[in-house]
Design a protein around this ligand. Structure first.
Ligand code: SF4
Ligand code: SF4
Length: 190
């Protein structure tokens, strides 16, 4: 199966900034999911504190998390000299092997979404691992109260976009022309 075919079958974490409250439940759930204890009360007493791998950013009035896109031609993988950052081909995910990481930070610099962290305590790259250890899937998605984060196939996200565009058309609303560069980081991306 080609990488493209795998990507099409796999769900992605998509985000919808128009639904985000900025509550940061996704950040907290991510940190707890990657803690040693695996639960909130244990996590807050751990040292070092567990780190989140998704961060809510704010631009103007809009807040939204910016999840890893598990890019097909991932810049973080290309930048990694040790093979620590690699594509997990059967699952189509980009994962990091901390044991191979030398902490050079090149993946962090290369990622266009700022989706790699190097905690100072370990200086080993950390990124979204799709919560593969959790049967329920990505903790950020489960924690989001407004479904600003969803786990869905990219084709399903595109379908929602089409339906929303059709509804606006039927209501006589046509979106204003996009500004140059708009849409590069919005919901439903790769
Ligand atoms: S960490 Fe960044 S470059 Fe790497 S797969 Fe995720 S979004 Fe792409
Ligand atoms: S949990 Fe949902 S609503 Fe809250 S900050 Fe994250 S994406 Fe936004």
């Amino acid at each position: 199966m080609t990488a493209s075919a795998v990507q099409e079958l796999l769900p992605q974490i998509t985000m919808d900034p128009s639904r985000c409250l900025g509550c940061r439940s996704c950040e907290l759930a991510c940190a707890v999911a990657h803690s040693t204890s695996g639960h909130l009360y244990g996590a807050i007493s751990e040292r070092p504190l567990p780190h989140r791998r998704i961060v809510v950013e704010q631009v103007g009035e809009v807040r939204s998390p910016v999840p890893c896109r598990h890019c097909e031609d991932a810049p973080c993988v290309s930048a990694c000299v040790t093979g620590a950052m690699a594509r997990d081909e059967p699952r189509g995910l980009v994962l990091c092997d901390g044991d191979k990481c030398i902490g050079c930070g090149m993946c962090m610099v290369a990622c266009p979404f700022g989706a790699v962290w190097h905690p100072p305590e370990t200086r080993r790259a950390q990124k979204c691992d799709f919560c593969l250890h959790l049967p329920s899937g990505p903790a950020c998605v489960a924690a989001c109260p407004t479904r600003a984060l969803r786990l869905e196939q990219v084709s399903a996200a595109a379908r929602r976009k089409r339906q929303a565009a059709l509804a606006r058309l039927l209501a006589g609303e046509w979106p204003a022309p996009a500004a140059p560069g708009a849409g590069l980081t919005g919901e439903g991306g790769a």
